[in-house]
Design a protein around this ligand. Sequence first.
Ligand code: ACO
Length: 427
Amino acid sequence: MSDADTQTMTIGDKQYPVRHGSVGPAVTDIRKLYAQTGMFTYDPGFTSTASCESTLTYIDGDEGVLLHRGYPIGQLAEQSSFMEVAYLLLNHELPSAAELDKFTYTISRHTMLHEQLAQFYRGFRRDAHPMAIMCGVVGALSAFYHDSTDIADPHQRMIASHRLIAKMPTIAAMAYKYSVGQPFLYPDNSLSYTGNFLRMTFGVPAEPYEVNPVVERALDRIFILHADHEQNASTSTVRLAGSSGANPFACIAAGIACLWGPAHGGANEAALNMLREIGTPDRIPEYIARAKDKNDPFRLMGFGHRVYKNYDPRATVMQKTVREVFDSLGVSDPVFETALQLEEIALKDEYFAEKKLFPNVDFYSGVILSAIGFPTTMFTALFALARTVGWVAQWNEMISDPEQKIGRPRQLYTGPTQRDYVPVGER
Ligand code: ACO
């Protein structure tokens, strides 16, 4: 037994065991705190609270490190594929060539939606935000796939996971098609996961669609960069929803709802809108001043992160990918120049340095997605598509964890103490 195993933390006159992970900060196991002291801990935003044990993803925010099952995100983004990362997250290890082929084939066999779901889309207004449609349609999957909602059965859990990963591109592409008034396209399983999504989004039945390999690779890389990010708000939402035994489709719908917010997945849409609003580099100082002004609620979107207090490693890959896509498509966008200069100016500014605010993954992703042809409203839907892999992997991990309990935070109550009801006529 090492010293680490016997370490404890003393709170009052009680000792609490300290547990060490394979890397990263240790945790104090305070599960008995309330029973032994009658006190809770107070931690809004869970800034100091580990809500679970996990083997999926490790982040060192100070050093700008992101590992999936130990593999650095830069290596995965450069050398692997989204399908391979999905396999890794779901199955602990990288696949052999045969395992990857089998997994890719399995996913491709689940890309179609129940035909009746197309009717469901028609209930939405044409101007519905794709995320509104995604929340509804993904939640509705539980009404169509009853044979994969028994969460106690590992086989059903895996089928539900495959279904969700496979159907998300179809669901997202259909949300887009519905908004532009074009017919839905059925999946083409001869294409890659990402190529198929591009075709279902930008293809039309009247013409053949040729997938641009550079765009396909760039989008696949974006999917890899968004696949998982340990216990972020939407993943914690999925875990919390799943902790009550809710079915996987309902849990992922909950994750999509949480991801929608501008402080989380909605930030790439907000970042691009902000860059367009800035318009030209000469207006950057005005926006920097606003971001620093305590009386102005404006924040530099795509900057800052709860965990990264250094350059987000995903932003590095993203910035490189913008150039590749622009070169391949032969396009340029002044918004990229504005982004580069904004980053340079902000990084030299004392305010951002002192608060350790660096570009996050969303700062450049919108620029690429816009160049590919996605409207800003689709950005968060693409994030949801990719993050589904992390959500289902985390959800499976939670259900298999013998220590899992229904999530039930406590509170510091500051409302009125008990008082007697006064009938309305006497108030
Ligand atoms: N622009 C200006 N100031 C900022 C920014 C920003 N983007 N982000 C944080 N700050 C300031 C805050 O005003 C605060 O200042 P104070 O200490 O003087 O009050 C300080 O930095 C700390 O900010 P918090 O909001 O307390 O930090 P938190 O960890 O809670 O927030 C968050 C992280 C929500 C991501 C924040 O940085 C933000 O709002 N960024 C913009 C939105 C964004 O890009 N979100 C994407 C996150 S990545 C993702 O979801 C994939």
